[in-house]
Structure formats: C-alpha cells, structure tokens
Design a protein around this ligand. Structure first.
Ligand SMILES: NC(=O)c1ccc[n+]([C@@H]2O[C@H](COP(=O)([O-])OP(=O)(O)OC[C@H]3O[C@@H](n4cnc5c(N)ncnc54)[C@H](OP(=O)(O)O)[C@@H]3O)[C@@H](O)[C@H]2O)c1
Length: 327
C-alpha cells in the first residue's frame, strides 16, 4: 500500500519530537519539511530522512505529493496556515490550540468541510492508552457518579518577552499553551460547562502567566483547573465520584499511570499504561487511519470537540480580559 506522505511546517522543538515518532510509523513517511530558513530545512530533512526540504511554507503546501501537513508553528500562525493548506486540498494536523479564538476555529471547520479534507487539532493526549482506559473506567462507573475534576499544568518558564510563551504577537500565555490540557480533560469527562469563572495574573507582556478556572455543570459537577508559567505545579489530574476517585499521574497530559482509590482514599489499583515513542505515535496512527479510510475528521477527536474547546477557552479569555491582535 502507498505510504501517506507527511509534510511538517515550522521546524522547532515540537516538529523535532514529532518527527522522531513519525519516522517510526510504517504506514507513512516524512516526505517534506519547510522552514523559513533553507539551511535549517536541509539539516532537519537530512536528520529525519525527508525527501524534500523547502525554504518556504507555501512551497511545501503546494507540493502535490504531500498528503497531510503537520503545522508546528507558534499559535498565531495556525489559522492562516491551516486555511492555506485546506484550500490547497491538503489534509491537516494542526498543533494546539488550533486557533486563537472561536470564530477562527469555526471558519477552519467550515473550510475543511468545503474542501472535503481531513482536519484535526493535535491534542495527542486524546490518543494515549491512559485516556482510553480512563474513559472506559468512567463508562463502567468505577468511581460512581462524577462529582468533580481537578487538573493543573504548571512549569517555571524564564521570562522572555520575545519567547512564544510570553509574546502576545505569537499567541502566548499559559491558558493557550498548557491550560488547554486541563480544559480538554474537563470537556472530555464532563462535557461543556454552563458557568465559567476564571482569574489570572498577567505578565508584563499582557498574556496570562497564571490562570485559575472554576467550571460548573448543569448536572452540578464542578471542575477546578489551573495553568501557570510561574512555578512547577504537580501537573496531576484527579476525578472524584461517589464511590472513589481516579488519579492521572504527572504529567497528566502524557500520563502512563492511573491509580484508582475507593471512597475512603484507599488505593485499590495502579495501572501502568505506557505510550509508544515520545507519545505521538498514537495520534499519528489515528491521522493515518482516518486518511486511509477517507474520513474528514476523527471520531475520537471530532471537529465539534475542537469548536467546544475553543468556545470554553473564549469564555475564559473573556473572564480574564485576554485578547490577541491576530484574533
Ligand atoms: N503537542 C504537544 O505536546 C506540544 C508541545 C509543545 C508545543 N506544542 C505546540 O507546538 C507549537 C510549536 O511549539 P514549539 O515549542 O515547537 O515552538 P518553537 O520551538 O518556537 O518552534 C516553532 C517554529 O515555528 C516557526 N515559526 C514560524 N513563525 C514564527 C515566528 N514568528 N516566531 C517563531 N517561530 C516561528 C519556526 O520554524 P522555522 O524557523 O523552521 O520556520 C519555529 O522554529 C505551538 O503551537 C505549541 O502550542 C505542542
């Protein structure tokens, strides 16, 4: 069977970790890479055995042999590049967050439908063995009726106004960079909240360096979520129910261990669920499988999920007074 030809745009840290996993997957190959710098593209291509190395993103997008493009640029460029790819009839895996706001996300979903191309937000956590197990445990009601969810994501980032984490021009801020993971988990386990409260502390560049969120659901569950660039927080997730609780070990978005407790906080089971490679192989397999089957979206991470996620992030942004020039 013909291998699926991947192209990668934006050859930074994420592109490197992703390429390490991509070259291990049989069904596909790294066909082309594109950087704004030819020397960087040539080096990356030779490191990961890509056939083509382009000095512009447009050239890769217009290569007729590229089947699917992985967009690994900073957040501000996701919308425009994804739109360009879809209009050039490419399938797209776009890094998280897919866009800076809800309207952009809705526009891309429409474009993908119009062009009949595959589109997915690269939330790799969705395809981890731990996530699959967690959803099964919740479905089986192992911890009874859900009461609340707590999840945090935090690390200490050295302040640099030019860095993509702090630079508003590049779509910086803790919420969009890492807060998206606790929000993702709450949406996956509890659905859309009906009330959202949030508080933030901003860095001098105007983006959030700390964001605390409290979600309330029409069925009365609560979610307590947090993201920060200010300190190393536990980066764990805990889901509480009437019969016990489940803990996803740190860092919960790439957890390989789940622990189940009874209602007296006594541990009853520890499950080891390792991921393959750097953890992106599961996501790559899902994209390959969808493309092979001619699907335009993943059933595990459908576009409606990304729209709902963008809607929640939009409400949090409103609460904390965060907006971007590019969206
Ligand atoms: N899924 C995950 O686990 C995960 C983890 C980390 C980050 N991410 C996401 O991946 C994306 C990239 O993050 P990263 O950590 O890889 O960032 P990075 O190391 O800064 O790399 C981003 C690359 O984008 C390109 N780029 C295009 N326009 C740019 C601009 N104006 N300024 C800087 N770079 C620009 C550059 O590539 P060229 O010079 O080659 O053109 C750069 O190397 C972000 O959206 C982030 O949210 C995801």
């Amino acid at each position: 069977m013909k291998k699926i030809n991947w192209g990668i745009i934006g050859l930074g840290k994420m592109a490197t970790i992703f390429a390490e996993d991509l070259i291990q997957v049989e069904a596909s190959q790294l066909y082309a890479v594109a950087s704004r710098n030819q020397i960087k593209a040539d080096l990356f291509a030779s490191n990961y055995n890509a056939k083509k190395a382009y000095s512009s993103y447009e050239k890769l997008i217009n290569d007729p042999n590229v089947d699917v493009v992985y967009i690994a640029t900073p957040n501000h460029a996701h919308f425009e590049l994804t739109q360009m790819c879809l209009q050039a009839q490419k399938n797209v895996l776009c890094e998280k967050p897919m866009c800076l706001n809800l309207a952009q996300t809705q526009t891309l979903v429409k474009e993908a439908k119009l062009q009949n191309r595959f589109l997915m937000e690269a939330i790799w956590t969705r395809f981890m063995p731990t996530t699959k197990k967690l959803l099964n445990l919740l479905k089986e009601k192992r911890i009874g009726k859900l009461i609340s969810l707590e999840a945090d994501f935090g690390f200490q980032a050295k302040f640099d106004p030019e860095n993509r984490l702090f630079n508003p021009e590049l779509g910086g801020g803790a919420l969009l960079d890492i807060g998206i993971y606790p929000v993702f988990l709450s949406l996956l386990c509890l659905g859309k909240p009906h009330k959202i409260k949030a508080l933030a502390r901003k860095s001098s560049t105007g983006v959030d360096s700390f964001c605390s969120m409290l979600f309330d659901y029409s069925t009365n569950e609560k979610a307590l979520l947090q993201s920060t660039f200010e300190y190393e927080s536990p980066t764990e997730a805990k889901i509480f129910g009437t019969k016990g609780s489940i803990k996803l070990y740190s860092r919960f978005h790439q957890s390989q261990v789940i622990e189940i407790f009874d209602q007296h906080r006594t541990s009853i089971e520890v499950l080891n669920l390792p991921y393959q490679g750097n953890g992106y192989i599961h996501e790559i397999n899902e994209v390959n499988s969808c493309i092979e089957q001619g699907k335009t979206q993943s059933e595990l991470l459908p576009l409606e999920f990304s729209v709902n996620l963008a809607e929640i992030l939009e409400q949090v942004k409103k609460e904390i007074g965060l907006s971007y020039k590019h969206g």
